[in-house]
Design a protein around this ligand. Structure first.
Ligand code: TYM
Length: 331
């Protein structure tokens, strides 16, 4: 059976981008493959979270994973830092990752731009740690959004390079996966780019947001003055609202507003109201389950313990075999 690995950074709550880009696929895959889903808390350290907050955000993401419907009996759910073997594999893979290729990585260049005061080595080697996450279970498929495509390409590079250097066929080639035809990019509400937790206030709609907050965010979303000709191409900000509508609203609703836009009758206020209500309808069951699960510490602890044990079996085996391939031997 093919193996699936994917993770989400513990830097904030889950938003619609995480759900439609990644988690929606996890839910289906968990019944069809050998799945490992983890919370990337090592990765979150690049921004130096306060120790007091680190644990809370990990717990929050775990609760939200479960609230989305990831079943700990079907998939292995674990916390990245519970597998020290990942850190060891990261060290080993760093030896055949070249500084030049890491510096050329788009996400590294973006991070430099975003926080030029904290360009740490962890940011540079972020793709190596991500490769270690994937290779530690020798994964074949990695359900992710479009923004992770380049990281997957690098993971394949590192795995293939290891195989070449040591003349083995040890790591399979993992591919970015989505049940649709293409990887997904969910836009934010600020008119450009993608929905993301670090893209600024009001850009992302979180699964845990209350209806009031969702309505406020959506009503503030960027639009334009409206179409001036029939069947005009939509500007990016407006196109983004339609993309969001396509994921939370019915096809009839999308078709209705599309027709209104094309015949220049569209009222953005009405469109936003409808979008906000459809987002509220979509997120409400998640929010309710998040609230319930957050109180159930015994269950959460049980899931974490069971996940760490199951993930360990796989990670220990890989690191043992990798050490043998590299030539480490007991004296
Ligand atoms: P992260 O935490 O930024 O995002 C988690 C997942 O959500 C997807 N995603 C989106 N998809 C579509 N549209 C969006 N606007 C959007 N925003 C986020 C991401 O593509 C991702 O699938 N480096 C990873 C975490 C990670 C990982 C891994 C993933 C660490 N190790 C190994 C897979 C395998 C990250 O920062 O994702």
């Amino acid at each position: 059976m093919e193996t699936v690995v994917s993770g989400i950074r513990s830097t904030g709550n889950l938003h619609l981008g995480n759900y439609f880009g990644a988690i929606k696929n996890f839910l289906k895959m968990q019944h069809e493959y050998r799945c490992f889903f983890f919370i990337a808390d090592y990765h979150s350290l690049t921004t130096h979270p306060h120790p007091k907050d680190l644990h809370d955000t990990v717990k929050q993401v775990l609760v939200e994973y479960l609230a989305c419907g990831i079943d700990p009996e079907a998939a292995t759910i674990y916390i990245q830092s519970d597998l020290p073997e990942t850190a060891e594999l990261y060290l080993l893979m760093n030896m055949n990752a070249y500084v030049g290729e890491l510096e050329r990585c788009t996400s590294f260049k973006e991070k430099i731009r975003q926080h030029s005061d904290n360009i740490n080595a962890g940011l540079l080697t972020y793709p190596v740690l991500m490769a270690a996450d994937i290779l530690i279970h020798r994964a074949n498929k990695v359900p992710v959004g479009k923004d992770q495509e380049q990281h997957l390409e690098m993971t394949r590079q590192f795995g293939n390079r290891f195989n070449r250097i040591y003349e083995v066929e040890y790591f399979p080639e993992p591919v970015a996966f989505n049940f649709g035809t293409e990887l997904v990019k969910i836009p934010g509400l600020d008119g450009n780019g993608k929905m993301g937790k670090s893209e600024g206030e009001g850009n992302a709609v979180f699964l845990a947001d209350t209806p009031e907050i969702i309505r406020k965010k959506v009503m503030k979303a960027v639009t334009d003055a409206g179409p001036t000709e029939p069947n005009q191409k939509k500007p990016e900000a407006v196109e983004n609202l339609f993309t969001l509508m396509k994921v939370v609203s019915s096809p009839e609703t999308v078709a209705f507003f599309d027709e209104q836009y094309n015949s220049m009758k569209v009222r953005y206020g009405d469109l936003k109201k409808q979008l906000a209500e459809d987002m509220v309808t979509f997120t409400t069951p998640f929010r309710e389950r998040i609230t319930d699960l957050s109180k159930n510490n015994d269950y959460i602890n049980k899931v974490v313990k069971q996940g760490a044990e199951k993930a360990h079996e796989s990670s220990r085996k890989t690191v043992k075999e990798v050490r043998e391939i590299i030539g480490f031997k007991a004296f």
